[in-house]
Design a protein around this ligand. Structure first.
Ligand SMILES: [Zn+2]
Length: 394
C-alpha cells in the first residue's frame, strides 16, 4: 500500500470528519490500497503502522479529491479561432457555429479525432481532472455519431449521445428528431451511458427535447440536458420532468426553474459552465441564488472548440468564486462531489474509505489557493485509481 503523509490540509468531502461539507483533516495521511481505492484516511499521527510499502511525505501540501468534469465535448476536429476573435470584436454568439465543427469533424480521420481527444484528455488530467464526461454531437449522421462515441470511449466510460446538438443543414427538423430517436439512437446507445439534447432557440424546442430524452431513457440511457444557456426557456423544466441527472448551463434560470431544481433535492443537479459565458461575454450564472434556494450545483468546463476551449477545472473554480458568488468551499465541492452527483456516481468526488483513490496534490497549503491564485500552476501531482498519472509525488 502507498501512504501519503505530511498532508497539510486534506479535503475528503466526508462531512462525518469535521461537520462541514468538505470534511477537512489537517496534518493528514491517506492510505491507498493495491486495488486503487482509499483504504484509510485520518490524522497522520493515527496512521496505522505496518500497512504501507511506501510512504511519501507531501511536505504540508494540500490534497483534494480529483476533479469530476461532468460536461465536455472532447471529440472534434478543426478550430474556431476566427469565430472567437470576431465575437470578441462584437459579433453575437449563436448556436449555429456548431455546424462549422461538424463539417471539420466529418472530414477528419479516426486517427486525427483520437489524437485530438487524447491531447485534451491529457490536458484535463494534468489540471487535476480524474473523471471526465465526453459527448458526441459533432457528427450528426448515424455513422459519425457512433464514431465519435466509440472514440470518446477510448478516453472515458462516461460517454453521452448528443445527436440532438443541432439540426444539420438542409435537414427537416422533424425528420431529424425521428432519426435521433430512432436509427441513430439504436446505433449509439451501446456506446453511451447518457443522452443529451441542446434545448435552445435555434436548436431543439421543448416538445422535441422531451421526445428525445424519453426515447433515450427507453433505450436504457440516463438523461441530461443543455438548458437555458442563451436565454430563458423551457429547458430546465424539461430536464427536471425527465429526471435528468443534470441541467447544464442554467445561465438564464427563472425563479420557477430554480424552485423546480431545488425540488428534486439534488436528484437533478444544476451544472454551471462559466467559461462558456466568459467566452461569449454573457453574464455568469448566479450560483449564489441557486445555492441559497437549495439547488445542488456542479461546476464543469464544457470543453469545446466553439464557446469554452479549456479543460481547466481550476479556472472554473476561480471564476465561480470570483464571479458567481460561491465560497471557496462551495466551488471545490461543486467541482468534485457536485460533478459526481451530476453523473450519479458515488465512487468518485470524495476520499472516503472505499472511494476510487483519485486525488490532486496542490503546490499550496490550502484548497483556497485554487481561487486565490487564479491561473497559477498549482497542480503538482494527480493520482487516479491509486496511480500517479501526472506530475510526481516527491
Ligand atoms: Zn455543452
Amino acid at each position: 500500500m502507498l501512504a501519503l503523509a505530511g498532508i497539510g490540509e486534506l479535503v475528503t468531502n466526508d462531512p462525518a470528519l469535521d461537520g462541514g461539507p468538505l470534511g477537512v483533516v489537517r496534518d493528514a495521511a491517506v492510505l491507498v490500497g493495491g486495488d486503487g481505492r482509499v483504504a484509510w484516511v485520518g490524522e497522520r499521527r493515527a496512521l496505522p503502522d505496518g500497512h504501507a510499502d511506501r510512504l511519501v511525505d507531501l511536505g504540508g501540501r494540500a490534497v483534494v479529491p480529483g476533479f469530476v468534469d461532468s460536461h465536455t465535448h472532447l471529440v472534434f476536429a478543426g478550430d474556431r479561432t476566427d469565430e472567437f476573435a470576431a465575437r470578441m470584436a462584437g459579433r453575437r454568439y449563436e448556436a449555429g457555429g456548431i455546424r462549422v465543427t461538424v463539417a471539420a469533424t466529418r472530414a477528419a480521420s479516426d486517427a486525427q479525432l483520437e489524437a485530438n481527444a487524447r491531447r485534451l484528455a491529457r490536458e484535463a488530467l494534468a489540471s487535476g481532472t480524474t473523471t471526465l464526461e465526453a459527448k458526441s454531437g459533432y457528427g450528426l449522421t448515424v455513422d459519425d455519431e457512433v464514431r465519435l462515441l466509440r472514440i470518446s470511449r477510448t478516453v472515458t466510460p462516461e460517454t453521452t449521445y448528443l445527436g440532438a446538438h443541432v439540426v444539420p443543414d438542409g435537414t427537416d427538423p422533424d425528420a431529424y428528431v425521428r432519426l435521433v430517436c430512432g436509427e441513430m439512437l439504436t446505433a449509439c446507445a451501446p456506446h453511451a451511458r447518457w443522452i443529451d439534447v441542446f434545448c435552445e432557440r435555434g436548436a431543439f424546442d421543448a416538445d422535441q427535447s422531451r421526445a428525445i430524452l424519453a426515447a433515450g431513457v427507453r433505450a436504457g440511457l440516463g438523461a441530461r440536458i443543455h438548458a437555458n444557456q442563451l436565454g430563458s426557456g423551457p429547458g430546465i423544466g424539461v430536464g427536471v420532468a425527465a429526471d435528468a441527472a443534470s441541467c447544464d448551463h442554467c445561465t438564464h434560470a427563472s425563479d420557477a426553474d430554480i424552485e423546480a431544481l431545488a425540488g428534486t433535492r439534488g436528484r437533478t443537479v444544476a451544472t454551471l459552465l462559466p467559461v462558456a459565458d466568459l467566452s461569449t461575454r454573457s453574464p455568469l450564472p448566479d450560483a449564489r441564488r441557486m445555492l441559497d434556494a437549495g439547488v445542488t450545483v456542479a461546476l464543469a468546463t464544457n470543453c469545446n472548440p466553439g464557446s469554452s476551449f479549456t479543460a481547466s477545472v481550476p479556472l472554473v473554480i476561480a471564476l465561480a468564486v470570483g464571479g458567481m458568488g460561491m465560497t471557496c468551499e462551495e466551488a471545490l465541492w461543486s467541482a468534485t462531489a457536485g460533478g459526481a452527483a451530476a453523473l450519479r456516481r458515488t465512487d468518485v468526488g470524495h476520499l472516503r474509505v472505499g472511494a476510487s483513490a483519485d486525488l490532486v496534490v496542490l503546490d499550496a497549503p490550502s484548497h483556497v489557493h485554487l481561487a486565490y491564485r487564479p491561473g497559477a500552476p498549482l497542480v503538482r501531482a494527480v493520482v487516479q485509481q491509486g496511480r500517479v498519472v501526472s506530475g510526481g509525488l516527491s
